[in-house]
Design a protein around this ligand. Structure first.
Ligand SMILES: [Cu+2]
Length: 91
């Protein structure tokens, strides 16, 4: 019994190879009506590696959580730009 516990502790944890999720905020200045955030959110969620996208219409920002091994901030910016909303990294 004790040996089993020691072995369990000594084994390296079985981590998945997905990267630790990262979050970035984008400024999306050109959204101007209530439908814009929906379009932007859908575009961001289509990017492979994106876990979650939240768009704040009042602040004109998008907060995106993504797997840094599958997505990049550039890919996120491209995705919003392609649907008509150029974005920049929030400073
Ligand atoms: Cu709109």
């Amino acid at each position: 019994m004790r040996l089993t516990i020691l072995l369990a502790l000594a084994l390296p944890p079985l981590l998945s190879f997905a990267g630790t999720p990262r979050t970035v905020m984008l400024d999306v200045r050109s959204m101007d009506c209530a439908v814009c955030p929906i379009t932007i959110r859908k575009a961001l969620e289509r990017v492979p590696g994106v876990n979650e996208a939240k768009v704040d219409f009042d602040r004109k920002t998008a907060t995106v959580t993504y797997d840094p091994e599958r997505a990049t901030p550039d890919a996120l910016i491209q995705a919003t730009t392609q649907v008509g909303y150029p974005s920049t990294l929030h400073p």
